[in-house]
Design a protein around this ligand. Structure first.
Ligand SMILES: C[S@@+](CC[C@H](N)C(=O)[O-])C[C@H]1O[C@@H](n2cnc3c(N)ncnc32)[C@H](O)[C@@H]1O
Length: 315
């Protein structure tokens, strides 16, 4: 089977983790932790783990296909000091990676999203750099290598006020990653490296799960449930679809929640309960419990109240 992952043991699935990562427990030893953000197929991760067996090395990657290839590389290389954290970098830094717990963080060829210089998908914006600063140890360092000069300039413009001092230089194709090979094959021989050294430590605590207030409605008619949207400050919630299983009397609402840099697709269930119907995050939907998810529950409540019926529905 292509890209079979060999072993899942080095996998840390961000959405399945409930609390802050304990690096020493995860690796079975205390050692400096290096984090590669956007580790792609894992080439550099494995090189680094091999070259520095005295360090704990973590790749952070959003796409499962690339995580799977990374797991295979780790398995075949037999490097016990490598892990891959599967999830979004903002989510991981915000909620899982403890403050001051990283010795070094780096990104090789992060996506420049050249279509728009203000694109929210770009990593290494001002807020992200502040967060990264807070997760690095006081003497921690970071670096970014990019093939893209406008992206290099954009990152440098983000640095003031992040606690970092930046220096830049040109480097050769020294990292042997997929994207480096791609740009090198296209004729590029020099890449822009930005080194970030901490001038001050920013104290940003880990974000914690928002305790959820579930709802109880006395009546609910699935035939009358209408899709709704809501937004407040930086949070947008949209009901995208609804399924109702009449045999089990379970309703499932598909909701998209967008807040700050986090976008979640999740399911809210409407299930029979003493006194009516309970509205709550669906079991197993693996959502991060945020203020936006609470807004989603509140929105589904409003939709159910609007669909209460007059005694002719399943209520
Ligand atoms: C251009 S690729 C570079 C991959 C690898 N470093 C290389 O040089 O081949 C950028 C990588 O960053 C990952 N990425 C983009 N946004 C991310 C995010 N928010 N969190 C985690 N990974 C992300 C992408 O999935 C992709 O694998």
């Amino acid at each position: 089977m292509p890209h079979a992952y060999v072993s899942l043991a080095p996998l840390l699935p961000a959405l399945g983790l409930t609390g802050p990562l304990d690096w020493a427990a995860e690796f079975g030893r205390a050692a400096p932790v290096d984090l590669e953000i956007g580790s792609g197929n894992g080439e550099y991760l494995v090189q680094r783990a091999r070259a520095a067996p005295e360090r704990n090395v973590v790749g952070l990657e959003l796409l499962w296909g690339r995580v799977k290839k990374t797991l295979r590389k780790i398995g075949l290389a037999g490097v016990p000091n490598a892990r891959v954290l599967y999830g979004d970098a903002h989510l991981a830094l915000d909620r899982l990676i403890p403050p001051a717990s990283l010795a070094c963080a780096y990104a090789l060829f992060p996506c420049p999203w050249p279509s728009s210089e203000t694109d929210r998908r770009r990593l290494f914006g001002h807020a992200f750099l502040r967060l990264l600063n807070s997760r690095l140890a006081p003497d921690g360092t970071a670096f970014v290598v990019t093939d893209d000069r406008p992206y290099h300039d954009w990152v440098l413009a983000q640095v003031p006020g992040t606690g970092f001092r930046a220096t830049t230089r040109l480097v050769g194709p020294d990292h042997a990653t997929k994207f480096e090979r791609k740009w090198h094959a296209g004729g590029q021989t020099a890449f822009h490296r930005i080194d970030l050294v901490k001038r001050e430590h920013l104290a940003l605590p880990l974000k914690e799960a928002t305790p959820m207030r579930t709802h109880l409605v006395a009546r609910f008619d699935p035939a009358r449930l209408a899709m709704r949207d809501a937004h407040a400050d930086d949070v947008r919630v949209r009901m995208k679809g609804f399924l109702f299983d009449p045999l089990q009397a379970v309703g499932m609402v598909h909701v998209v929640v967008v807040e700050e840099r986090l976008k979640q697709d999740l399911w809210v269930e409407i299930v029979p309960a003493t006194g009516g119907w309970r509205i709550q995050p669906a079991r197993g939907c693996n959502a991060v419990m945020t203020d936006g998810v609470q807004m989603a529950l509140d929105l589904v409540l409003a939709a159910c109240e609007g669909a209460a019926g007059r005694g002719d529905g399943p209520a």
